[in-house]
Design a protein around this ligand. Sequence first.
Ligand SMILES: [Zn+2]
Length: 125
Amino acid sequence: MGTANSYNDLRQHIGHKLECVCYGEKKKDPHNVAIECVTCGEVLLDFDHPEVTAVNEKNGFFPVTCVTREDIATALKDRKLHGKIKKLTDEEMREIAKRMGEYFCESGHYWDFLRAFVPDMLKGV
Ligand SMILES: [Zn+2]
């Protein structure tokens, strides 16, 4: 979603170097475009290609979760690593998220959760 959602959010970046960048495969429509503050290394505003979400959901794929640098810092309590975690690139974060997704699906917790949670939800349907 990006971090700039208000006057005060954006105000912090006055005079900074901003760039409009895109993510995706080369020679294809980018799946995401973003305005980033190069000075802070922050995504201020970004949009997914409207078809990406629509196609995923049409095919029956709904995103499970997202992971943040803060999550990683919380998980790895070693303070010495926190500086390095902050410097993880968006590319590296995507790789971590992808591996987490794969791991989660392979581990039993995925199915345990569905078995434990969904039947209660279905009662109300
Ligand atoms: Zn900035």
